[in-house]
Design a protein around this ligand. Structure first.
Ligand code: PLP
Length: 370
């Protein structure tokens, strides 16, 4: 650790690996508590790694402006890291990202530019390139294509897991935004455990790895309507679909039964990890990630459904004897229904599929193959 860096750098990484027991499914999975990073997400690692690398290579100057297109978490992490080092940070974010993200960015002193979510991240990525072309003070970390993103996870996140979980590891399960986690942790763990299965979690509504057209979903931070280049060349053994309803239900269960205040993708990752562990012969050990904090989702369905269902014990808890993974049950409880159309993260518009006019369906109905 470089003693000259701002103190906040000491809080980044080295997150605990939590054993989570699910007696109802007969498995225990291991979840990396990435929400305990200082800005609240796994992206603090990436921000510190990319910015320190750029400084070392002389790519950042006093008047530099760090510009990144992000689902929010990377922007918040860059705002924290960049701000603490004295750089301006500008974040390009879809207009569907939760409002908490915007507030946090502004709190860290970053500039926020919202763009229409219709074409997924592609719009923001093009805007960032244009800003760099127009202004030579702009520095683009390019999280979606920068190989350092995966290398950081290989050098640090995977190494931490190997130290925390000595002995065999059967599988790693993660959603993908940039693909950096799956790529880096997958290759880092596989180097030591060659038989390790790399499992991608995908929203059931946007299962692009399975050839389906992306649609809106409630698992913020992953599957942004775009297959990231960092996933190219990653030997993914399996892609597991998790519905938004199941992800929300598990996120609530993680809070109530485990005391873990985590975001929706953490619930989705845990659903996929439990499914993976159940299928493995001998229930081998499965690692996954709790990527960010619940507080980032106050304005979204994760909390909002309470108002409609009459209290915290309502909507998303499975009925007695009913599977947590029973999507229909959760749907019956109001998830992704028309009545929820005022929800900011998932609603129903004239596309009729839950989009807020957000996604570019490319003329294809939801669920069809590209
Ligand atoms: C909120 C959130 N951020 C980031 C990630 C990982 O993203 P990336 O593929 O960019 O490493 C995930 C993965 O589940 C996530 O849920």
């Amino acid at each position: 650790m470089d003693e000259t860096l701002p103190a906040v750098f000491r809080l980044i990484g080295n997150t605990p690996l939590l054993p989570l027991a699910f007696p109802d499914y007969g498995v225990t999975i291991y979840a990396k508590a990435e929400f305990s990073n200082p800005s609240g997400s796994i992206k603090d690692r990436l921000a510190a790694y990319l910015i320190l690398d750029a400084r070392r290579r002389g790519l950042l100057h006093r008047d530099s402006v760090i510009v990144e297109c992000t689902s929010g978490n990377t922007g918040i992490a860059l705002a924290m890291v960049g701000g603490s080092l004295g750089y301006r940070v500008r974040v390009l974010m879809t207009d569907t990202a939760s409002v908490e993200r915007r507030f946090l960015l502004e709190h860290f002193g970053a500039e926020v530019v919202l763009f229409n979510a219709g074409r997924g991240y592609r719009t923001g990525l093009e805007m960032a390139e244009q800003m760099a072309a127009d202004d030579d003070r702009v520095f683009l970390p390019r999280q979606f294509e920068n190989p350092l993103n995966a290398r950081d996870h290989q050098e640090h996140t995977a190494r931490e897991i190997l130290q925390q979980l000595p002995g065999p590891i059967a599988a790693v399960v993660s959603g993908y935004g940039t693909g950096g986690t799956l790529n880096g942790v997958g290759s880092g763990l596989r180097a030591v455990h060659p038989g390790l299965r790399v499992v991608a979690m995908e929203p059931a509504e946007a299962a692009m790895l399975q050839g389906e057209a992306p649609c809106c979903h409630a698992i913020e931070g992953v599957a942004g309507g775009y297959l990231p280049p960092l996933l190219d060349g990653v030997a993914i053994d399996e892609a597991v679909k998790v519905s938004s309803a199941d992800a929300l239900a598990m996120t609530q269960r993680l809070a109530r039964e485990f005391g873990l205040l985590v975001g929706v993708s953490a619930g989705a990752n845990v659903v996929a990890a439990v499914e993976t562990a159940r299928k493995l012969p001998g229930h081998g050990r499965v690692v996954t990630f709790l990527c960010d904090r619940a507080e980032r989702y106050y304005s979204t369905r994760l909390f909002h459904h309470r108002d409609k269902q009459g209290g915290p014990a309502g909507a998303l808890a499975p009925a007695e004897g009913q599977s947590m993974f029973d999507t229909e049950a959760a749907r019956g409880a109001g998830v992704n229904s028309k009545e929820d159309s005022d929800d900011i993260s998932l609603g129903v518009d004239d596309v009729g599929c839950g989009c807020h006019g957000g996604w570019d369906h490319g003329g294809l109905p939801r669920g069809s193959r590209r």
